[in-house]
Design a binder for this molecule. Structure first.
Ligand SMILES: O=C(O)CCC(=O)C(=O)O
Length: 281
């Protein structure tokens, strides 16, 4: 796998048959340092309130809670997304300005259900996302973007994100399957990963993002990417938000319908040809 560090000005153009918006931009030090610090402290406090020992550092608190009470760790994921600092980050003006520039939107569309907090725990690759594009997942306007921002350094040491920009010239067919844990038990919600026959081409050009806290990667929804496997021992903490063009013809024409709950119904209706398989519920 390629180990290129994407530079601050990464700008990979899509082939001409697709939209000419940038597939991937990395903005260094975009999010105010104080907001990142507050988010990390808030996460530490949440873990403490959930029962993790307060005298140990962040990663150790997460590991301790994952071992002692996995369900409580799940509650911390959800609560983190409900904090004021989370909202402050996904609505901070530098991020919105970058999103407006990347999408060309005069008015941004950013449904809150598509703003997520993630912990990629060391060694838990079953929780990661396989090769996918965000288009079916969020289903906003044609040129919508994902903002991916780490709260602690992200790189090969904790997996980060693998991206395959030059293969991102079209929307690929997907297989819709239930998420499963390490023992293959269904987790109830679904994924739409790209069909396996394309993976070798993605692997051949995969590039790993290296980002510091405060940096933001903006991906076009067509960017093929996946969660890099976190070898540990550090966990990875990140926030993702999605931004589309509220006034784009295609989203207005479908009454702003996007992926409002689990499932890929709106995507399936528009692109039945791109769903190669769907696991029965
Ligand atoms: O953070 C990750 O590991 C994957 C997230 C991702 O691929 C996404 O939000 O689109």
């Amino acid at each position: 796998m390629g180990a290129n560090r994407l530079s601050g000005r990464a700008n990979v153009k899509a082939p001409s048959q697709a939209s000419n918006r940038r597939l991937l931009e990395v903005h260094r030090a975009l999010i105010p340092v104080a907001l990142i610090a507050e988010a990390v402290e808030t996460l530490g406090d949440l873990l403490g309130a959930a029962g993790a020992p307060r005298e140990i550092e962040l990663d150790q608190r997460v590991t301790a809670l994952a071992v002692s009470d996995r369900r409580r760790l799940g509650a911390v994921y959800d609560a983190m997304r409900e904090t004021a600092v989370f909202r402050s980050i996904v609505t901070c003006e530098p991020l919105l300005a970058a999103a407006r520039a990347a999408t060309g939107a005069r008015r941004l569309h950013s449904p809150f259900q598509h703003c997520v907090f993630r912990m990629a725990l060391a060694g838990e690759s079953w929780r990661g996302f396989g090769w996918h594009q965000d288009y079916p997942y969020n289903f906003l306007s044609e040129d919508f973007v994902t903002a991916w921002l780490p709260l602690t350094p992200a790189g090969p040491h904790n997996g980060s994100i693998d991206a395959a920009p030059t293969a991102s010239d079209r929307i690929y067919p997907v297989q819709i399957r239930f998420k499963r844990d390490a023992s293959s038990a269904s987790l109830g919600t679904r994924d739409a990963f790209i069909c396996e026959r394309f993976h070798a081409a993605f692997e051949a050009e995969a590039t790993k993002l290296e980002l510091d806290p405060g940096d933001v990667a903006l991906f076009h929804n067509r960017l093929v990417h996946r969660s890099g496997r976190n070898p540990g021992p550090r966990h990875r903490y990140s926030i993702q938000a999605r931004f589309g063009d509220l006034l784009a013809d295609e989203i207005a024409a479908r009454d702003w319908r996007n992926r409002r709950s689990d499932g890929f119904d709106a995507f399936k209706q528009l692109h039945p040809d791109l769903v190669e398989y769907e696991e029965a519920s």
